[in-house]
Design a protein around this ligand. Sequence first.
Ligand code: HDD
Length: 714
Amino acid sequence: MKNEPTAGKSATNAKTEDLQQYVSSGDGKNMTTNQGVKINDDANSLKSGERGATLLEDFILREKITHFDHERIPERIVHARGSAAHGFFELYEDLSRYTRAGFLTDTSRITPVFVRFSTVAGSRGSADLARDIRGFAVKFYTEEGVFDLVGNNTPVFFIQDAMKFPDIIHAVKPEPDREIPQAASAHDTFYDFISLAPEALHNHMWAMSDRAIPRSYRMMEGFGIHTFRLVNAQGEAHFVKFHWKPKLGVHSVTWDEAVKINGADPDFHRRDLWDAIEAGHYPEWELGLQIIPEADEHKYEFDLLDATKFLPEELVPVRTVGRLVLNRNPDNFFAETEQVAFHPGHIVPGIDFTNDPLLQGRLFSYTDTQLSRLGGPNFHEIPINRPLNPVYNNQRDAQMRMTIDKGKASYFPNTLGGGCPYLAKMAEGGFTSYEERIDGKKIRDRSTSFSDHFSQPALFFRSLTSWEKRHMINAYAFELGKCVHDHIKQRMLWLLAQINAELAQEVAMRLGLDIPNSIEKPVNQNIGADADPLKYEPVPAKNYLDKSEALSQGYRLSAGIEARKVAVLVAAGFNMDKFEKMQSYLTKRGVVMHLIAPHGGTVRCDKQMNHPVDAALMTTESVLYDAVYIPGGKASIEALKAEGKIIKFINEALKHCKAVAFDDEAQELWQLSAAKDFDGDEAIFLNGDPADIADALAKHRNWDREPLTAHIAV
Ligand code: HDD
């Protein structure tokens, strides 16, 4: 199946073509009932007289209302809020030395994918910029069946054993008495749990880092988290960790921005992904693999089966093996994005599991949840979930069965069906589980090789730039500051002190609390009733690696500025030449320029031409843009000076460390805003050269400005 990716809104691949058979449009057609009867009146029910009672006989009314009454399905128990897109995966090099998976060995293939990004804790209608881990789930429609890589945007997870998943989710979800707070971890039940389960600290630190408030889904890394196995045609295995590296770099907004974006545009990430794809700026990631020989299983200071640990890239480099491009928006949110069902247990020959106890539990949960979410065991027949290759087996019936299975034999072995469907030998592509030797006793326990809960969080903190550390300290201070119970905050401070003294002291200072020297109960209370607490106490932090730049967002800036947004503040009489010079330079590089004026409609420039206004000042906010540009033009600047919101708009951009450029007369606004306080700032421009703005956009923010912005009141 060679399927060249095509560009534009009509980008197709084998899966999007397959979906076309289910796509329906009423364009140019009569309206009908679900039974195909043409409808003559869709506005009035059938009544006994003009002002009389409505008749039960009205099958058109009954059908319409009944269907409406049942439109909703249960939202996902976690990751309810999300957005998705179609695209393709393309392989750079043949990896048959490691795996027999076709999409990882055949470089001529284009494998269709459907990718869904999500937040974890919030409901389906919650705002996009919640401080939260992001889901990064990829469904590959391979020639050998569906492979799902159901990962997150952090390389580790909160817990080590699936047994604790309901607990941590109950702790982070809104508190059950009042169902408050929505899509927020800053509350007592969450910290009560985290402070008693030190295994959760590591992923929690990632949740307090800038990763948890991304600028865009397009600017996030993705991680498969667990150690999986690659198995080649000879049955030989290697361990593997999966990574997605975004071409646009990894970037985030500030917390102040996140809070304001949630009000100004709760669909900020959803809109950003949709708009970028519609404009032809297709987001792209490279697939990276860390491949580990089986012989190295016990080589590291941590256990490869422990999902709260990453494998530092300094120990095993990430090998870039292919690219993922998202080039088509779904046609229907519900049918595709809502009904797509991912499952870490959807694997293809050449990939296999490990004994990671978190992964093992997930293998149960994902099918189980679809049974109530999608209503029964036939959810694999929903178009978005169907594999590209045909399905033949002896599973039958159940709610909403679409397939019409022919013949008498729905069992195997059989003679009445000619022995069909028959089995595939391994050489014919039949899946065979990796033969792993297992010796041991049946035991409900946790390996002590999982007990180092502090070394990697400490490594993570050490690896951050000063601005990332500052953001994390403030995030902890905010979240714990929202908690009511001091004993919970104090346990958290004690735990933070085990990771990094600076982190703990700075947070303690902001909370107005002291760090306790010890805590009364065992540190780890996440153990069995008869377990020996000493056996499960976390070991003190070790330093087996001083720093890992890959953990920081500060070292991997990108040159890509596609679909970045620049606010251009204008009023009647603005300088058209300067604006057009800026516009032509930046739009060629994919930047979106929005003309923002005190009113909607059009705005007249100094050449007496009318330009359409993209947003009236009252309908938009500074936080929705990556940079601000103010062209000159005396009349324009005079009018802007009369708008109180203009200075707020500029000052907010300055506070959030964005590029701001003032041309000619606009320098009066430089004087009136906080811009004049930042002498020599590398992202504040007077008579800005478009190339400088492009450069500043690529750097994302001038974080060096941040410590100097405390006085800006916005
Ligand atoms: Fe999960 C959904 C990622 C552990 C149980 N999970 C879900 C989604 C993502 C992840 C991205 C949303 C998929 C989509 O877009 O539809 N989950 C993870 C990662 C984990 C993880 C990276 C650890 C490494 N999950 C995990 C555990 C359990 C679950 C340990 C239960 C034992 N996850 C679920 C679920 C969900 C789900 C309840 C909700 C909706 C769904 O599956 O389809 O089954």
